[in-house]
Design a protein around this ligand. Structure first.
Ligand code: AR6
Length: 186
């Protein structure tokens, strides 16, 4: 499947299969943990690609709460900034968990806007080590981002970089449903 693109307000929303560390957007988002000291998955890949200066900077930040985000430089990455977002560990039937995942996306976009970032790439936060089921996580991620895009037009491009074709398919299904329900509202 090729890239999927929709336009909401002034922003192009794009879904692609790929590696988040290789994106040339102004910022890439890290699926971090609350220590901000690195880990596996996206976090490990970003720290390896950015180089040791990234850890030097994240050490100074005092960690980050679940549902929040903090920004650093991108060092050896193409992206100028990394926004470290902390998603929740999935717990079935806990009503706070979806809100914490939405908050991780919202806070990343708030910080990006405050920094003047116009293009940003997200991974599927919480869907690896943190165990969030992909269809639910995709719906929350895309609904949150689409709502921010509908409210303001600060961003030129928001890109989701999904690690394989099956994750891209799940995000695409969620996006088609959201786009349909939005078109029924107007
Ligand atoms: N580019 C894009 N997506 C990727 C990449 C990549 N290079 N590598 C993995 N994915 P995860 P989490 C996908 O585990 O669930 C770390 O140890 C992967 O297929 O990276 O939020 C942190 O330090 C999955 O769909 O993040 C935390 O302790 C998605 O990215 C913890 O894991 C997220 O998987 C965070 O867990």
């Amino acid at each position: 499947m090729n890239a999927i693109r929709v336009r909401i307000n002034q922003t192009s929303l794009e879904l692609i299969e790929g590696d988040i560390t290789r994106q040339d957007t102004d910022a890439i988002v890290n699926a971090a943990n609350s220590s901000l000291l690195g880990g596996g998955g996206v976090d490990g890949a970003i720290h390896r690609a950015a180089g040791p200066q990234l850890l030097e900077e994240t050490r100074t930040l005092g960690g980050c709460q679940t549902g929040d985000a903090k920004i650093t430089g991108g060092y050896n990455l193409k992206a100028r900034y990394v926004i470290h977002a902390v998603g929740p560990v999935y717990v079935p039937d806990d009503p706070h968990i979806p809100e914490m995942l939405a908050s991780a996306y919202r806070r990343s976009l708030e910080i990006a806007h405050q920094t003047g970032i116009r293009t940003i790439a997200f991974p599927a936060i919480s869907t690896g080590a943190y165990g969030y089921p992909l269809p639910e996580a995709a719906d929350i991620a895309l609904t949150t981002v689409c709502n921010v895009m509908a409210e303001n037009s600060h961003f030129e491009q928001v890109r989701f970089v999904l690690f394989d074709e099956s994750i891209l398919q799940i995000f695409n299904s969620a996006l088609q449903q959201i786009v349909q329900s939005r078109s029924h509202r107007t």
